[in-house]
Write a protein that binds this ligand. Structure first.
Ligand SMILES: [Zn+2]
Ligand SMILES: [Zn+2]
Length: 153
C-alpha cells in the first residue's frame, strides 16, 4: 500500500518517514480578512524538507529559529520580516515558511495525509524573499481542514 510519504526521507537522520511526520514548506501567499476571519490565499507552495519525528524536527527547528530575528508571530494583517524586521503588508504577496505535522491517512484507493498541526515559522518582506508567481489562480487554503492528497512525487 502506498503512503503519502513514500520515498521521502528525513532531512536530519535520513531514515524513512513514519506514520506521523513533519514537513517544512515555503509559500508565497496573500492574507485577506473576511467575516469568518483571516483567509490565506496560497500562490505557490514548495516543499523544503521532511522530518521523521518530533526529535529530528526539534533539532532542525532550533537551528532554523536561531537564524531568525522574529519567529512564530500571530497571524495579523501586518507582520514583521523575520530577517530585517521591517513591516510586511500581508495583503500583498509575501513569502512564509511553515511547518506542518502530518499523519498519514492513506487508503488503498487514495494517497493522503491529515494535517494535525500547522505553524508559520517565518514571514519575509518582498525584499528579503521574492514571492513566486501564482500557478493556481485563486486557490484558497483552508488551514484548518486542508487535505493534502498525493503531495509526493
Ligand atoms: Zn529523522
Ligand atoms: Zn525583510
Amino acid at each position: 500500500m502506498s503512503t503519502s510519504f513514500e520515498g521521502r526521507g528525513c532531512e536530519v537522520c535520513g531514515c524513512n518517514l513514519k506514520h506521523q511526520y513533519f514537513s517544512l514548506s515555503k509559500r508565497s501567499q496573500t492574507v485577506s480578512q473576511s467575516v469568518e476571519g483571516m483567509v490565506i490565499t496560497v500562490l505557490t507552495d514548495e516543499m523544503l524538507a521532511d522530518f521523521c519525528d518530533n526529535i529530528c524536527w526539534n533539532e532542525a527547528e532550533a537551528s532554523i529559529v536561531s537564524t531568525l530575528q522574529v519567529a512564530y508571530q500571530a497571524l495579523s494583517m501586518t507582520a514583521r520580516c523575520s530577517l530585517c524586521r521591517r513591516p510586511v503588508d500581508r495583503s500583498a504577496p509575501h513569502v512564509t515558511v511553515n511547518v506542518a505535522e502530518y499523519e498519514d491517512a492513506s487508503q488503498p484507493w487514495l494517497i493522503s495525509a491529515r494535517i494535525l498541526d500547522e505553524r508559520e515559522i517565518a514571514v519575509y518582506c518582498p525584499t528579503c524573499a521574492e514571492p513566486g508567481q501564482s500557478y493556481v489562480e485563486d486557490e484558497v487554503a483552508d488551514v484548518d481542514a486542508m487535505d493534502v492528497a498525493a503531495m509526493c512525487s
